[in-house]
Design a protein around this ligand. Structure first.
Ligand SMILES: Cc1ncc(COP(=O)(O)O)c(C=O)c1O
Length: 367
């Protein structure tokens, strides 16, 4: 029996198009609904990749059918961008992959990661999934990370602790760890303990008290800095991030990476590193809109945690869980709850139109 006859005989030929049309319709609806939302829940860049990056990715489509294609020398380009060697770079399908890889590499045997609470909790979630654990250090009253307590915990649990995770600026609060605090931490913890410093939101910081921790890698300290193309570079859906670390730590982590980075984003990443103007523009507009929205909220009597990132937290004086669906019903997606800060709503900075829609929804729902 020919394949076509077989399909007809089993009804598949008539069923499949009907099912596909249905599936397509559903996908379409979901897509349309998604497009219509003001997407203020995931700290993305709402403007999308600039023309330079789109062009580079479009040209890379010619490699879609290949394995061993030229990759734009993405690793060397990143290394050069930071003044390190290619052996100091590890690529991941998003920096989220690097966080998982660090967990797998350093938390074996049920070791613990020391981190703040709340922070970007994928580190904690991964630790749990591999039957490791976290020592979570509450934020201070000003919502900054408690560096003294992190150092103490790292010393106290030296043997059990696999690495320290420091998100700078911290997600969800947007608060930075100052450069002098980073030094205090690195000088205070056991000298061979890996410290992963997640700089996903590095590009949005204005404060002169902040600095990247890449120079510590050059000093040879056991520091792993992670960066992502998902935020300022607008490539969240394309998945590219990386670690910058001493070669020995990269060597320990590399076996756990999946190598699932696609050809398009490798070329897109190279182009993004060369298009600093567009990143500067995104930073400028984003910070302007953040400041405008924050002052509107302050004028309405709400306290906002000072943020150095492309999101902020506002104290809505009631559980955020109760308002998230109401924002959604008005077409505005806002951040999930971040226990124990259950009355603080995390809002990403979107376009001017999205922020106006947020403020309209906010005045109806919260005030
Ligand atoms: C602090 C932080 N680190 C890492 C990530 C992971 O980003 P990606 O895997 O897209 O690079 C995020 C995403 O929201 C984040 O907020």
């Amino acid at each position: 029996m020919q394949r076509r006859e077989f399909l007809a005989a089993t009804g598949a030929l008539t069923l499949t198009p009907r099912l596909s049309a249905y599936a397509l319709e559903r996908t379409q609806q979901q897509g349309d609904e998604y497009d219509s939302f003001a997407k203020l829940a995931a700290n993305e860049n709402p403007y999308g990749p600039p023309e330079s990056v789109m062009q580079a990715m479009t040209q890379a489509f010619k490699y879609a059918n290949r394995y061993g294609y030229p990759d734009g020398n993405i690793v060397s380009e990143i290394a050069q961008h930071h003044g390190v060697k290619p052996e100091n770079i590890l690529l991941g399908a998003g920096s989220g992959e690097i966080l998982d890889v660090a967990g797998t590499a350093f938390l074996g045997g049920g070791k613990k990661v020391v981190c703040a609470e709340p922070t970007f909790d994928s580190v904690y979630a991964h630790a749990t999934s591999i039957k490791a654990d976290a020592i979570r250090i509450p934020l201070q009253e000003d919502y900054c990370q408690d560096i003294g307590a992190i150092v103490q915990a790292a010393k106290r649990y030296d043997r059990e602790c696999g690495f320290i995770y420091l998100c700078n600026p911290n997600n969800p609060t947007g608060r930075i760890v100052t450069k002098s605090e980073v030094k205090t931490l690195l000088d205070g913890v056991p000298a061979d303990m890996p410290v992963l410093i997640d700089e996903a939101y590095h590009h949005f910081v204005e404060s002169s008290d902040y600095a990247t921790s890449v120079p510590y890698v050059l000093e040879g300290r056991p520091v792993i800095v992670t960066r992502t193309f998902s935020k300022i570079a607008a490539l969240a859906g394309m998945r590219l991030g990386y670690a910058i670390a001493p070669a020995e730590l990269i060597r320990q982590m590399r076996p756990y990476t999946m190598g699932s980075i696609n050809a398009l984003v490798k070329w897109g990443g190279v182009a993004a590193l060369k298009d600093m103007d567009s990143q500067a523009n995104t930073k400028r507009i984003t910070l302007e809109l953040r400041k405008k929205t924050v002052s509107q909220l302050a004028a309405a009597g709400f306290k906002v945690i000072p943020s150095e990132a492309n999101f902020f937290m506002v104290d809505i004086r009631r559980p955020v869980q109760s308002v998230i669906p109401r924002f959604r019903a008005q077409g505005v997606l806002v951040g999930r709850p971040f226990p124990p800060m259950t009355q603080h709503l995390r809002v990403s900075v979107g376009t001017a139109d999205e922020m106006a829609r947020f403020m309209t929804a906010f005045s109806g729902i919260v005030t």
